[in-house]
Design a protein around this ligand. Structure first.
Ligand code: PLP
Length: 358
């Protein structure tokens, strides 16, 4: 079966098989990796290797710290305000879908949110043109959602926001193509799409930003404390971190982000090609220049066909194609671990379904 889930999402089979073996005994150590102390030499080595591999995979410069943190992307969204903005200070958010709204909700109690641009009025079908953004003069940072998982909208270029640091939620597109980390002040991502299992988040932050005083906060909410303790301020999610490390090794062995960019472009071209070539039977409402390569929401001519599409595709071995409740319709997520054959199988099913129901 091919799994099109938006997250938790498909993982490489070879990684799952290795993890299955090592769940019982890791590397001849007499115990599973989940049974070992995070401060022991075995797990410390796993953790250090995972960070080194992620740095190599994405190309993270030395002046950026990398954290592996418990809690999802939503937790990081709240911590941005506490760590990098003064109480009540203005922060700029560019709103392009559901997850941008969530990000704003997380910081609203702590800061003054300026929505510098929004595509909400047109149903989140586009990215607002950069020259129309109304950035503040004194913002602590500018926040974007690099890929909107539910609305299927993606930034294909890094916007220039001048001297103010750019913060980006890359939860659903990290490691899917080459990324110029140096253009960002901070990048964060929940692992459960391209990086591994849910339960750990990756944060990449330019070290000089950690000198900001931010707001009164507990140690556990302070990124500086996590950096000082190599993400082991308290017990980290060791199993999730270990599995993410296996996914990093798999991605490097497959050819790195350049190779995944090629595969992801091929998969997206297949599915958008099937939608656009269906004579209007299938519809995607996002303007072509802003279409996501990772998540493709689309609609059938009649909503009553949705349940049939989902059940028939499931019977054909194509899993989790139901659209998100906020948007409806169908959604295909095409993360790194979904092979090109998965997109080919989906496109063949779409043609067959249209023939039977068109
Ligand atoms: N941001 C984006 C782009 C997402 O896709 C998601 C989850 O799907 C989140 C944030 C929230 O992540 P979490 O559930 O890990 O808090």
């Amino acid at each position: 079966a091919f799994n099109f889930s938006a997250g938790p999402a498909t993982l490489p089979e070879s990684v799952l098989r290795k993890a299955q073996e090592e769940m019982l005994e890791w590397n001849g150590a007499g115990a599973s990796i989940v049974e070992m102390s995070h401060r022991g030499p075995e797990f410390m080595a796993v953790a250090a290797q995972a960070e080194a591999d992620l740095r190599r995979l994405i190309g993270i410069p030395d002046d950026y710290a990398v954290l592996f943190l418990a809690g999802g992307a939503t937790t990081q969204q709240a911590l941005l305000a506490l760590n990098f903005a003064q109480p009540g200070q203005t922060v700029d958010y560019v709103l392009t879908g559901h997850w941008g709204k969530t990000a704003i909700r997380q910081v609203a109690p702590y800061v003054n949110v300026n929505i510098a641009a929004s595509s909400e009025a047109n149903g989140f079908h586009d990215i607002p043109a950069r020259d129309a953004w109304q950035l503040s003069d004194d913002a602590a940072y500018v926040h974007i959602t690099a890929n909107e998982t539910i609305h299927g909208v993606e930034f294909h270029d890094t916007p220039d926001v001048g001297k103010v640091p750019l913060f980006a939620d890359f939860s659903s597109s990290i490691a899917s193509e080459p990324l110029d980390v140096g253009k960002y002040g901070l990048i964060y991502a929940g692992a459960q799409k391209n990086l591994g299992p849910v339960g750990v988040s990756v944060l990449i932050v330019r070290r000089d930003l950690l000198e900001r005083s931010g707001q009164p906060r507990a140690d556990i909410f302070d990124y500086r404390s996590h950096v000082a303790r190599d993400s082991m301020l308290n017990t980290p999610p060791t199993w999730n971190w270990y599995l993410a490390g296996l996914v990093f090794q798999w991605m490097l062995a497959e050819g790195g982000v350049e190779e995944f960019a090629r595969r992801n472009a091929a998969k997206a071209a297949l599915v958008y090609g099937a939608i656009d070539g269906s004579g209007g039977f299938y519809r995607n409402q996002v303007v072509p220049a802003a279409r996501s390569r990772m998540n493709i929401p689309f609609f059938l001519p009649d909503d009553t066909l949705n349940a049939r599409f989902v059940s028939e595709s499931k019977a054909a071995g194509l899993l989790a194609l139901k659209g998100h409740a906020a948007v409806g319709g169908i959604r295909a997520s095409l993360y790194n671990a979904l092979p090109v054959e998965g997109a080919q199988a989906l496109v063949a099913f779409m043609a067959d379904f249209q023939q039977r129901h068109g």
